[in-house]
Design a protein around this ligand. Sequence first.
Ligand SMILES: *Cc1c(COP(=O)(O)O)cnc(C)c1O
Length: 394
Amino acid sequence: MGGLDAYHWLTEALATLERAHWKRSLKQVTSRSGAMVEIGAHNVLNFASNDYLGLASDPRLVQAATRAMEDYGVGATGSRWLSGHRALHRKLEIGLARWKRTEEALVFSSGYGACLGTVMALVGRPDVIVQDEYNHNCLQQGAKLSQALTYSYKHNNIQHLQELLQVHRAQHRRCLIATETLFSMDGDCCPLPEILDLAQQYNSMVLVDEAHANGVFGQNGAGWVQATNCQGRPLIQVGNLSKALGSMGGYVAGSSALVEYLRHRAPTWIYSTGLSIPDTAAAAMAVAIVQGEPQRQERLWGNIHDLRERLTQAGLPLLSPVASPIICLPLRDAATAQELEPQLLAAGVFAAVVRPPTVPSSRLRLSAMATHTPHHIQELVAILSDFRGCYDDG
Ligand SMILES: *Cc1c(COP(=O)(O)O)cnc(C)c1O
């Protein structure tokens, strides 16, 4: 038995991906992040970034990270329980709790880990999870690892959620309803007040993932929970520091009891190294800037409306009627999607083409940023109009 044969399936699996048009290629960005970026030798319009407020290369974040590194080094050197707990972490957690108007907050090394570890800690075998079918992979995997019985309700469908609660809730010890607030691949938002009403009726916990909503919705960019007047209602708020906040890391915000429990039970917090010093310092700076500079959020929304209007005027189809920085154009099929990406890049547009199995149907995903100019948006729409045959008009 040769050792090589044991790995031959990898080559076959890759060939299968290729045939299904699921094979992807990495695009290397060679400049700073911004409204325009350099990819290879090309300077292209950047509509592929989650850096909604343009903070990822803000000089104040760079300076906060640099100063913190000079004072405290780079790595946190251990899990928070061991040697990795820093005053900077505490400062960031206090800042997050104030921003979110919760009793407490807990910082994780990634948003993915925050979701995964929180779901795993909150429910187990005797429990049930009812979640939106389009939830991010970290919530889906968290559900699997938790070993709770899991049901998915149709995307944003309150009636289906209620039906599932009605049928299944009573058979289980605890129930967790989980949803994203702004959906990352569709650009629409969950009906949060209605979900919370059902949760109360069926004695269930609610976990919301604000990864894409932070900095975008609500007063001070505090998110969809704030925008829908749900601050103060019993709720587990998860999010990250790596999108509008321009840094890295994740958090959970909620009651003191929740956070103290997670410190003792969330495996991705207990068994993972504390968030790095520069990431922590940059994130704390970003939390302050988001609240202190509402004009960034205003510019973002100006651009969102401008972009949607111009796309509609150009006769291009939009996937969601809801306005958000995530604007998707449906594509005919996966093969079209695969060909479109390099063609757009060559034409000067960097935008994400998302295909199954990540999403049910192929789409071009544009993300608006506060730092785009009207000229960037006009140019984008002109280029997208040249690829008219690729879109799915329904
Ligand atoms: C990006 C994202 C995450 C993961 O956050 P990271 O900080 O990148 O690990 C989690 N949930 C949702 C909905 C996301 O879009």
